[in-house]
Ligand binder design. Structure first.
Ligand code: UT7
Length: 335
């Protein structure tokens, strides 16, 4: 039974990440579509991406990332109360989170998927925080995992060069000793929904006279890149500004900026608008491309494990993408 303490805070005490083995460079992609390393790297900063092969799976990568996060946090799988899997590419439309629960042996945990595209990890963190702050749960795994290579049209150079596959995870723990989630904002604007979709494509089937059903498949990813770019460079700085203010900080108090890794130009523009030095921007988009819900925890994990991010550091983070949706949070790393 959940306990019911109040006035609990949130801490971020473990992280992990896993990416597929296969690396595909920009030059490799130039053999598939009419593109070049020069175009991709100058427009996006991406140089390569990891793509999933048939022996790898979303649940497998997500489980590896989660195991690393648990090990860093020193929390046993059986002590996890909740698993939130942020994904838009579940292997089962009924949800993939329970497969991860089983693989981890997190027997006590309730597990569910959360779909908010590239904002999914941030939305997951905010969702988890509500359960932790209310005291209902103590240990929550938030996983961001996506295999968008399965849903990209590999003949569409506008989108196929952008995405990569991967998974990242954090272990969030309730704490009676302060709250390390200093501010957050999550937003949606469905009026711009048509800018970025992975939509169901119905095919009509007459089951009985007069009973026409729609059965079909999911369409490939479609995106209006320019609109999404414009949206990101406008909305993201505003959202971060707001949460910095909410946390009663100024931009000089931010040690690290971790944005959704979609495009280096977006990261540079946002940092500039916020007057945050380029040295504080965590970026690995060159190595992984846009891994959707996984991009923030993969970047966080690399920065923590390389010793860049240290306990007590203040991180501003922001996710944005399909929905359209976006959000930002300020957090302090560690206990
Ligand atoms: O995670 C979800 C969030 N998604 C994003 O954040 C994506 C945001 N958008 C972007 O990052 C950029 O808009 C892109 C990287 C997608 C595109 O960059 P752009 O500078 O906006 O390029 P564009 O779409 O205006 O295309 C410029 C030209 C076009 O040719 P014309 O019409 O000017 O002759 C495209 O056909 O570049 C062409 N092009 C390419 N050329 C070589 C588009 N894709 C490619 C390609 N290789 N892969």
């Amino acid at each position: 039974m959940p306990s019911n303490h109040t006035s609990m805070g949130v801490t971020f005490i473990g992280c992990g990440a896993a990416v597929p083995e296969t690396i595909v460079s920009n030059d490799d992609l130039a053999e598939v579509v009419d593109t070049s390393d020069e175009w991709i790297s100058s427009r996006t900063g991406i140089r390569q991406r990891h793509l999933c092969h048939d022996r790898e799976s979303l649940a497998g990568l997500a489980t590896q990332a989660a195991q690393q996060a648990l090990a860093m946090a020193g929390v046993a799988a059986v002590d996890v109360d909740l698993i939130v899997l942020a994904t838009s590419s579940a292997e089962d439309l009924f949800g993939s989170a329970c497969q991860i629960q089983a693989r981890l042996g997190a027997t006590k945990a309730v597990a569910f998927d959360l779909t908010a595209a590239c904002s999914g990890f941030l939305f997951g963190v905010v969702t988890a925080a509500q359960f932790l702050r209310s005291g209902v749960y103590r240990n929550v795994l938030v996983i961001g995992a996506d295999l968008l290579s399965r849903w990209v049209d590999w003949s569409d150079r506008n989108t196929c060069v952008l995405f990569g596959d991967g998974a990242g995870a954090v272990l969030m723990q309730g704490s009676g000793d302060g709250d390390r989630l200093l501010g957050f904002e999550i937003k949606s604007d469905g009026t711009q929904n048509a800018c970025l979709n992975l939509a169901f494509k119905p095919e009509l089937r007459e089951l009985l006279p007069g009973a026409i059903l729609t059965q079909g498949k999911y369409h490939y990813i479609t995106m209006n890149g320019k609109e999404v770019y414009r949206f990101a460079i406008n909305r993201v700085p505003d959202a971060i500004d707001k949460v910095i203010h909410q946390a009663q900080l100024t931009s000089t108090d931010i040690d690290w900026l971790i944005l959704h890794q979609a495009n280096q130009r977006i990261m540079d523009a946002v940092a500039e608008r916020l007057h945050i030095s380029a040295k504080k921007v965590i970026s690995n988009v060159a190595k992984y491309g846009n891994t959707s819900a996984a991009s923030i925890p993969i970047a966080l994990n690399e920065a923590v494990r390389s010793g860049k991010i240290k306990p007590g550091d203040t991180i501003a983070t922001s996710g944005f993408g399909a929905g359209l949706s976006w959000g930002a949070a300020i957090l302090k790393w560690g206990k």
